[in-house]
Design a protein around this ligand. Structure first.
Ligand code: ARG
Length: 588
């Protein structure tokens, strides 16, 4: 369906034209004085300069032209030259009614669909998933859903960190703990065991221990670096150990992402790009892009127009080891080969911005990525605790994701038990669904690039701008609908009548904005737009609910129209939360 602002703008364009003014001036926007009108057009002000006439005169002519237009209830010229419009209630009701009959609720897919690779999640194998990775997963998942809904073909890749120093650290720590393992026997020539010599619990304990040790013990760290290099060069026993680490870790990661309802199409990692590196480096050398700087091989990426220093992109260290940027460049080669995407989108902490600037520039300069592929980095802010510092556990450690989810579910559970509307078992079950909404909405309702304060108390509240409030609204609608269909012989939705009071009109007006909001969220890659929209929509619904006897209404036509309206509201809310990556329970 055409966006309502576009429909109204067309009417204004016709009127501007008839009156002899440029139709480009006829843009209709939402009113910033909703107490006076629903929409406005400020084009007469601009026309005044162009046509050397008083703006109010132009506004008056245009308004007069629109007096019989069926899209408006009233069009008024207001000093100094605004055109204020109230929408026709028949038109509004039929527009919202049409949305309700459309599978996509009036949202058209975008005109030219793109093929997009999305790189998010980015968990590091063998390190427990922590809150630092939470934002990437939550934001990336939503953007994937929004882009898919708008018609893009999206390939979601978790891009695991599976090739770094953590592997070497684990290997040398394991060697200290269990020196008798075959992997450390240099004379061993046989096959390596199928099963890993550690469980996930052990693995999670080994890494932090090794990491702490490497900070104190320089020799240990050097051995870990050496082991990492050996692994990267293909030393068989370390490769075998690395495979075990991956296996054990990925099972656990999958479980974690599943709990978050975050899904990937590809489970690739940095390691998958390694085969592309040797050719990439020799190609860069051949073309003269690579040069030595302080012992390392680098590509210069600074540009004359830079206002701050952009250091060279380091491709290879003097010992032959490759770096994070090298992996990302090689991954670009792989992605181009596998998918030829129109766009590659990365979601990572905004502190990685410099890394991506360097990688993108190096990729363009060396011809790895051509003009027709857009590279985009979506950096997000830090999740802070109430003290304004990066979120930590009470004892100052890195909070594990499972712990965090557990705490938020518990907070929701306690709120539900206060209300005592459901049994303990049901509350446990439902608190998981509602907890996820608290977590995701708490994150997504902020502009992604900003830091935000993670406040379990606030996020899990059933009132205010929170996930649970939105779900509560949906559940309330579900319950009215269930009661209606139990008591009524009517089993289908009907026609929307014109709104009978202001709060009903407000609800319709808010519903009618959906396609506009989704398109903006898609174009700006900004899920917080959807959150702001459904928060306002929920408020509109609750205002309507407060003012209207729905189940007690005696006029059956009217009642059926109310039911249709709230059912459309439910569908719109459900679509939006689906895009945000969570669902509503039946009761709460
Ligand atoms: N593993 C990285 C980290 O934990 C994030 C990966 C982001 N994606 C990428 N292609 N560099 O910081």
């Amino acid at each position: 369906m055409k966006k309502i602002l576009a429909v109204l703008t067309e009417e204004l364009e016709k009127a501007f034209c008839v009156c002899g003014y440029d139709e480009k001036l006829a843009k209709v926007t939402l009113s910033n004085r909703p107490d006076l009108c629903d929409y406005q057009c400020n084009g007469a002000m601009a026309a005044a300069k162009q046509y050397k006439k008083a703006p109010i005169q132009i506004a008056g002519e245009v308004a007069a032209q629109l007096q019989n237009c069926d899209k408006f209830q009233s069009v008024q010229a207001v000093n100094p030259g605004f055109i204020n419009m109230k929408i026709s209630e028949e038109f509004l009701a039929s527009y919202v009614g049409d949305m309700g009959k459309d599978d996509r609720l009036g949202c058209e897919p975008c005109e030219s669909s793109r093929k997009v690779v999305m790189d998010y999640g980015g968990a590091n194998v063998a390190k427990p998933l922590h809150v630092g990775h939470l934002r990437s997963a939550i934001i990336g998942e939503t953007l994937k859903r929004i882009c898919r809904f708008c018609g893009d073909e999206v390939i979601a890749d978790v891009h695991l960190g599976d090739w770094g120093l953590q592997m070497g650290l684990i290997i040398v720590q394991l060697q200290e703990d269990q020196p008798d393992l075959v992997y450390f026997d240099t004379d061993y020539k046989g096959e390596y065991p199928q099963d890993a010599p550690f469980t996930i619990t052990e693995l999670e304990e080994i890494y932090p221990r090794a990491s702490a040790k490497s900070k104190q013990d320089g020799a240990f760290k050097e051995r870990a670096q050496q082991a990492t290099l050996q692994l990267q060069q293909g030393y068989p026993p370390y490769r075998a150990l690395w495979k075990h680490i991956l296996q054990v870790s990925i099972v656990d990661l999958k479980k974690n992402y599943e709990n978050l309802q975050v899904e990937f199409d590809l489970w690739k990692g940095e390691s998958d790009a390694q085969d592309y590196i040797p050719d990439m480096i020799s190609d860069m050398k051949e073309k003269g892009f690579l040069h030595e700087s302080q012992g390392a091989m680098v590509v210069d990426v600074a540009q004359e127009t830079d206002t701050k220093e952009i250091p060279p992109c380091i491709i290879q260290k003097s010992d032959g080891a490759v770096l994070y940027a090298t992996s990302d460049l090689a991954t670009l080669i792989q992605r181009k080969q596998d998918f030829a995407p129109d766009r590659i989108l990365y979601m990572a902490d905004k502190r990685q911005e410099m890394h991506f600037v360097q990688v993108f520039r190096a990729a363009r300069k060396t011809g790895i990525v051509e003009e027709n592929t857009q590279l985009l980095f979506k950096g997000f802010g830090t999740m802070n605790g109430k003290d304004g510092k990066p979120f930590k556990t009470r004892d100052g450690g890195v909070m594990r994701l499972e712990t965090l989810i557990g705490e938020i579910n518990q907070a929701v559970y306690e709120k539900m038990m206060e209300n005592r509307s459901v049994s303990q078992e049901e509350a446990r079950e439902v608190s998981r669904i509602v907890g996820l909404s608290a977590l995701k909405y708490g994150d997504l309702s902020n502009q992604a690039s900003k830091d935000y304060v993670f406040d379990i108390e606030r996020f899990s509240s059933f009132e205010g701008n929170t996930g649970p409030y939105i779900l509560y609204t949906i559940v309330r609608i579900k319950s009215i609908l269930t009661k209606y269909y139990q008591q009524s012989s009517e089993q289908e939705e009907g026609v929307l009548l014109v709104p009978s009071h202001q709060s009903e009109k407000n609800l319709m007006l808010q519903l009618s904005k959906l396609n506009e909001v989704i398109e903006t969220a898609y174009e700006e890659l900004a899920p917080h737009r959807i959150c702001a929209y459904i928060y306002e929509l929920s408020d509109c619904f609750n205002g309507f609910y407060h003012d209207t006897k729905i189940l007690g209404e005696e006029d059956q036509q009217k009642q059926k129209s109310y039911i249709t309206l709230i059912s459309i509201t439910k569908k719109v809310l459900e679509l939006c939360i689906e895009l945000l990556g969570f669902q509503a329970p039946e009761r709460m």
